[in-house]
Design a protein around this ligand. Structure first.
Ligand code: ZN
Length: 204
């Protein structure tokens, strides 16, 4: 693969579902394309909600993308004249995505990724904390809580009409999963250990 030496950096767009992360990624990509930058957009194959070879926001804005199964595939598409690599739903890739983002930025590319910062339990989503630490710029978007209409920072998972239990696996065969944006106070995770205790809080 060919990479030119230039300034590079990592920018992360994060937050819960329905915060407009993909829309913001598409907005940045389109601006850069108007500026005649060579942009390649990737998305994990797992996310086939809307379209096969496009990234599509909930507001139906869209841009062409390449589906990948593994983060390492990104390297096979990057060319000498690639200026920007964008990745939507990065949290669904394998952890090598972190090293690849870092490598590309070190070699002068602008790397724009969007992804969930928390899982449905409200806990940090796999390797996202590492990516957030390494990024030059983090944009943390909020949605609107469906219960109390204040800014929402959590993704509420509902399984068969009830809040998902802390111990529920990510994939529940035969269950109907839906998701809502909720604030810290309306987010419900039955069976979750008290976060205060989990973080080493002192009751004395
Ligand atoms: Zn709320």
């Amino acid at each position: 693969m060919y990479l030119k030496q230039r300034e590079g950096w990592i920018e992360v767009i994060t937050g819960p579902m329905y915060a407009g992360k993909t829309e913001e990624l598409i907005r940045r990509v389109k601006r850069l394309e108007y500026a005649e930058q060579n942009v390649i957009v990737f998305k994990p194959t797992i996310d086939d909600r809307y379209a096969a070879d496009e990234v599509v926001s909930h507001n139906n804005t869209r841009t062409r993308s390449i589906n990948i199964m593994k983060a390492a595939e990104i390297m096979t598409y990057v060319e000498k004249d690639t200026d920007v690599v964008a990745i939507d739903e990065v949290q669904f890739l394998d952890e090598e995505a972190v090293a690849i983002c870092e490598y590309l930025a070190d070699h002068g590319l602008r790397v724009i990724v969007s992804g969930l910062d928390r899982d449905f339990r409200g806990e940090p989503f796999s390797f996202m904390p590492r990516l957030l630490s390494l990024a030059e710029e983090v944009t943390k978007l909020s949605a609107i809580c469906v219960c109390c209409h204040t800014p929402a920072t959590r993704t509420q998972r509902i399984v068969n009409g009830k809040p998902a239990n802390y111990s529920d696996p990510i994939i529940l065969v035969g269950a109907k999963d839906t998701y809502e944006a909720r604030c810290r106070h309306c987010h419900e995770v039955p069976g979750r250990p008290a976060v205060y205790d989990a973080l080493g809080g002192n009751h004395d």
